[in-house]
Write a protein that binds this ligand. Structure first.
Ligand code: FES
Length: 183
């Protein structure tokens, strides 16, 4: 955890702190568009770079929010889906999909609200924008690919769904990315 230090003569009050925190949030955008880094319980940076599993605390993630984490230098989206987003994904006929896969195949049993996917477009690797496009998933601004709320490609040129990284639930509020990963 980082610490807040002040060189001010006056001791900051709780109110001061809240003001500063609010201002910082406002400076980077609204909650809907901010993808905060989730503090992980991971080993140090060099160990992570070598490919160690990364633990992610899910508790701070609000319903409907997407956050990003990195594992082995790769971007991963952790999305806490709303009930309607889950229902939308599950109501989609496989016949409408470019890369047919059920939503159930893409999440862990009993954890339907959590979608964990790699965060680079399967076309040329751009980072798609969350909560955008007609399928409420992601929109890739580079060449227009669209993904749905299950991270499945719905319009190319991307040929494939956003891949699912290897991960497991350690508890209802914690996952470990990279567990049992080979290579
Ligand atoms: S990189 Fe995403 S559409 Fe081309």
């Amino acid at each position: 955890m980082s610490e807040i230090h002040t060189t001010s003569i006056a001791t900051p009050t709780r109110r001061d702190f809240l003001f500063v925190a609010t201002g910082a949030a406002a400076a980077v955008g609204t909650a809907a568009t901010v993808w905060p880094f989730i503090s992980s319980l991971a080993p140090d940076a060099s160990t992570i770079a070598a490919g160690a599993p990364v633990d992610v605390d899910l508790a701070p993630i609000a319903i409907g929010q997407i956050v990003k984490v990195f594992w082995r230098g790769k971007l991963i989206f952790v999305r806490r889906r709303t009930e309607s987003e889950i229902a939308e994904a599950r109501a989609t006929p496989l016949s409408e999909l470019i890369d047919p896969q059920t939503d159930q195949e893409r999440v862990k049993p009993g954890h339907a609200e959590w979608l964990i996917v790699f965060g680079n477009c399967t076309h040329l690797g751009c980072v798609p924008l969350g909560h955008q496009g007609p399928y409420d998933g992601w929109f890739c601004p580079c060449h227009g690919s669209l993904y749905d709320t299950s991270g499945r490609v719905r319009r190319g040129p991307a040929p494939l769904n956003l891949p699912i990284p290897p991960y497991e639930f350690l508890s209802d509020t914690k996952i470990q990315i990279g567990q049992n990963a080979s290579g």
